[in-house]
Design a protein around this ligand. Structure first.
Ligand code: DON
Length: 309
């Protein structure tokens, strides 16, 4: 259904580059502030031999909150729905991604969904493995399989930078520990969580991850199942309802593609007709989503009729 990617993507990148000037690179994780705010890139993978890519698509960036989609899938595969949704809910919050407000006002005190930081911390606490090294090795293997890229690893500098400054996430975790949503050592959990967020990819890796999700959890090159179909469906539903945080409603209207953003400027999109999209644009709006990336997805959705609605 989509054919002239190369020319179209070039035009779209040039159209949206001007929006990079109206956003800011995240600096609450100091290492992320080194990104070039004017970068913008896209990759599309539709199962053919190659990705269609434009802009600074070879740049590496960290998954940040995009990792929440993958840990959710892994935890569901490890434990099933009952255990996971006993710890974390299914409702959008309408609050910023790192808000503590609803943990206190909502009874019982469990995070409302797995895409906000509190929910993601609760999910990460479930990942199986005797040590953080084992947990991370499992997660990395999962990401390598989903992207078909064996070289994927985590960025030590970004992980350390976030670990040293993650006091808000620590407070969320301590709050949940007090209310028995979590158990165990909070700094151990933060060590794993910050490494999970620091897993490093490029746009083409993201496009392949998006493609695997769009294809009901199948490997991007060798159509065998990595994520069971029902879990892929659950994860994509969270991407629609909570993937862009408190911008998810507007994003559903303007774009209508299951997607998940991260504060590094990455966005993964999984279009049910079988297209994976990887976006990079580190200049963010006030809600933590890539400004140029959102515009680019809007253009793609309009041009190729990709909205699921
Ligand atoms: O926990 C954090 O704050 C970051 N590691 C991830 C947040 C994030 O990516 C929010 N995204 N838009």
């Amino acid at each position: 259904m989509v054919c002239r990617y190369e020319e179209d993507l070039k035009v779209m990148i040039e159209k949206v580059r001007k929006y990079t000037g109206s956003g800011n690179v995240a600096d609450y994780i100091p290492a992320l502030s080194k990104a070039n705010p004017h970068d913008v890139a896209v990759a599309i993978f539709d199962g053919s031999d190659t990705c269609f890519s434009e802009g600074e698509y070879r740049k590496l960036f960290t998954l940040q909150s995009i990792s929440k989609v993958l840990t959710l899938a892994l935890a569901l595969m490890d434990y099933g729905e009952e255990v996971v949704f006993n710890k974390v809910g299914m409702e959008p919050t309408g609050d910023p991604f790192n808000s503590i407000a609803k943990l206190e006002s909502h009874i019982p005190s469990k995070p409302l969904n797995p895409m906000i930081n509190a929910g993601a911390l609760a999910v990460s606490s479930l990942i199986k493995g005797g040590t953080n090294e084992e947990k991370l090795a499992r997660l990395l293997q999962f990401v390598r399989e989903l992207s078909g890229n064996e070289k994927i690893n985590f960025n030590k500098e970004v992980a350390k930078s976030e670990f040293e400054t993650a006091d808000l996430n620590r407070s969320l975790a301590y709050f949940m520990k007090q209310h028995h949503v979590l158990s165990g050592d909070v700094d151990e959990l933060l060590d794993f969580y910050t490494k999970q967020c620091a897993i490093e990819v490029d746009c083409e890796d993201l496009a392949k991850i998006g493609y695997a999700l769009a294809h009901h959890g199948e490997h991007p090159n060798d159509s065998y199942s990595i994520i069971p179909t029902e879990i892929a469906r659950l994860v994509k539903t969270f991407m629609v309802t909570c993937g862009m945080y408190n911008a998810s409603g507007e994003f559903a209207i303007r774009v209508g593609i299951p997607a998940k953003s991260g504060v590094s400027g990455g966005i993964v999109g999984a279009v049910p007709c079988g297209i994976g999209i990887g976006i990079y644009g580190p200049a963010l709006d006030e809600k933590g989503n890539s400004v140029a990336g959102m515009k680019l997805l809007e253009l793609l959705s309009t041009q190729y009729h990709l909205s699921i609605f």
